[in-house]
Design a binder for this molecule. Structure first.
Ligand code: MG
Length: 220
């Protein structure tokens, strides 16, 4: 998908979306989960990406689909085994991503000890936008982050509440898998996650980046 990055228009075609679970204490608590001692990651397929002002499809297979607003980090150059100190020059920029989650499917997977691929992987489950703010223009460590559902504030936090910082996350992930240009890292959600219904309008914002908007539509 195409979106702006500063004065340029870029084609965002990541090889992978790496998402981080339980990276805000209050969200870990609301999910009844313990805080991890190292980052807990999973993958979302790039086919889940949805541009700003798109429609998130609530699949028939799920009765409970949740929103999770997250700071997205877009990788700028190949990163393998990078130290925290060298992360910043490898990043392209930052955007807003909503990690859409089929919560009932995820709960069943957790019980069975199965992966979250289905719960996190449906088409349209990764709205991203409204732009990419170049990395040199933004310090990601202290940004207000929020989500409004039909005009009502549901999630409100600050990236300074992350358990693992952007640099720690990128360094950690790069020691497992090579990060390639345009790869996306979703850095976890603050508390206040909740369900989407047919016709809902969501505005998800991060200070210094802007507001991503989408509507939810039930699959028929
Ligand atoms: Mg998430």
């Amino acid at each position: 998908m195409k979106l702006t990055c500063g004065s340029e228009i870029i084609e965002l075609k990541p090889s992978k979306i790496v998402a981080v679970a339980r990276n805000y204490k209050a969200h870990a608590e609301e999910m009844g989960a313990v805080l991890p001692s190292e980052p807990k990651i999973f993958l979302k397929p790039p086919s889940a990406l949805l541009p700003d002002k798109g429609q998130v499809i609530l699949p028939k297979a799920s009765a409970r689909v949740d929103y999770e607003v997250e700071l997205a980090v877009i990788v700028g150059s190949m990163a393998k085994n990078v130290t925290s100190e060298s992360v910043s020059k490898l990043l392209l920029g930052y955007a807003v991503l909503v990690d859409i989650t089929a919560r009932d499917v995820q709960s069943a997977a957790k019980k069975q000890g199965m992966p979250w691929t289905v719960a996190k992987g449906y088409d349209t489950f990764a709205p991203l936008g409204p732009t990419i703010v170049p990395a040199q223009n933004l310090d990601p460590s202290n940004l207000d982050i929020w989500l409004k559902l039909n005009g009502e504030i549901k999630q409100q936090g600050n990236t300074n509440l992350m358990v693992f910082s952007v640099t720690e996350l990128v360094s950690f992930i790069s020691r497992i898998m090579t990060l390639e240009p345009m790869d996306v890292i979703a850095t976890g959600t603050p508390s206040g996650v909740g369900p989407l219904e047919d016709g809902d309008v969501v505005e998800a914002g991060i200070e210094g980046i802007g507001t991503l908007t989408f509507t939810a539509v039930r699959e028929h």
